[in-house]
Design a protein around this ligand. Structure first.
Ligand code: ADP
Ligand code: X2W
Length: 304
């Protein structure tokens, strides 16, 4: 009897280590972005669903925003359409937009909703089109000083959190695809999923934004070193932004937008690690990169 008690002790210690986090986050909203590159295999996706349902049962209000970049590229390829990225965003023709919507809302979102709902009637899928959740205008990035047309790519102008809040109040887990609608015509737009997750986190007044990707976190000197920056302030991140490349740009811009918008911490973590969400939050150290608001001195004494 005493031996059995003894072997269970580390499990109790893990739960106790989680107690301050659980107390602080009880009733709080956590936005979790699951990147297409982090959806490596079925076991990992199932573990992701378990973690999210665990948070829900622990009294948090998780919102999932999912990506699907590699899955969209594979489908475009199957249909003989090319994938081109400019300024880190997919050049989205009207034809490609149909594929983006089909893959995100019809495949990736459905799969995640299905996995979450294996644990009960929790998840409800929606896209930014539903209930005017995400409104956008056409985005025209500047490349070498010139405005470039990259098709149906949207820049978020408005978030209506009504539908998501209603689902959360009803104990559901919203699963959101990063597609937006235009306010003035019937167009729909492709939005980068990191950008959508960050905008939702800020609009929902989330406690935490968690971005699951296919690297351990933000590398200090990528691609030359794999030294992960474990913690940085909003101002430190802002200085670093011009040096960042490819997929990290919308991710870290999103983290900055979120913490400047009132989200308490934004984290980039390795989604290829099974149960990475629980590992990040239920241990003191954390496993990825954490972005925090500037200390009060740097913002004139006011908390951002
Ligand atoms: N400083 C950096 N630290 C880590 N990864 C970086 C960095 N700069 C660029 N990257 C790239 O960003 C990628 C993650 O972005 P992305 O491919 O869009 O993933 P996701 O599908 O999860 O959104 C990494 O796999 C890596 O190739
Ligand atoms: C405009 C734009 O680039 N949209 C992205 C939307 C999906 C996404 O962001 O997926 P990940 O998070 O897996 O990268 C795309 O078409 O790939």
């Amino acid at each position: 009897m005493s031996t059995r008690k003894h072997t269970a002790l580390p499990k109790a210690e893990i739960l106790i280590e989680a107690l301050p986090w659980l107390t602080r986050h009880h009733g709080r909203t956590v936005v979790i972005k699951f990147g297409g590159n982090a959806m490596v295999n079925d076991q990992l996706k199932a573990a992701f669903a378990q973690d999210v349902v665990f948070l829900r049962h622990a009294g948090l209000r998780p919102v999932v925003v999912h990506g699907g970049g590699p899955q969209i590229s594979a489908q475009l390829d199957k249909q003989g359409l090319v994938s081109e990225f400019r300024a880190g965003l997919r050049v989205t023709t009207p034809e490609a937009m149909d594929v983006v919507r089909m893959v995100l809302a019809g495949q990736v979102q459905r799969e995640l909703v299905g996995l979450l709902n294996q644990h009960g009637p929790h998840a409800v899928g929606l896209t930014g089109e539903d209930a005017h959740t995400i409104t956008a205008v056409k985005h025209q990035p500047q490349i070498d000083g010139e405005l470039v047309d990259i098709g149906r790519v949207g820049e978020i102008t408005r978030i209506d959190t009504g539908a998501i809040e209603a689902l959360l109040d009803d104990g559901r887990i919203p699963v959101v695809s990063s597609i937006a609608r235009a306010a003035d015509d019937g167009h729909i737009y492709n939005v980068n999923a990191d950008t959508a997750a960050a905008a939702l986190a800020a609009a929902l007044g989330a406690e935490t934004l968690m971005v699951l990707t296919d690297v351990e976190g933000l590398y200090e000197d990528w691609p030359h070193s794999d030294e992960v920056i474990s913690r940085l302030t909003a101002s430190e991140l802002e200085k670093l932004l011009p040096e960042l490349a490819s997929g990290m740009v919308p991710k870290m811009e999103g983290c900055l937008h979120a913490v400047r918008g009132g989200v308490r911490t934004a984290r980039v973590i390795d989604g290829r690690v099974e149960h990475s969400i629980l590992l990040e939050i239920f241990t003191d150290e954390g496993i990825g990169t954490m972005v925090v608001p500037d200390p009060p001195e740097a913002t004139g004494g006011k908390r951002p």
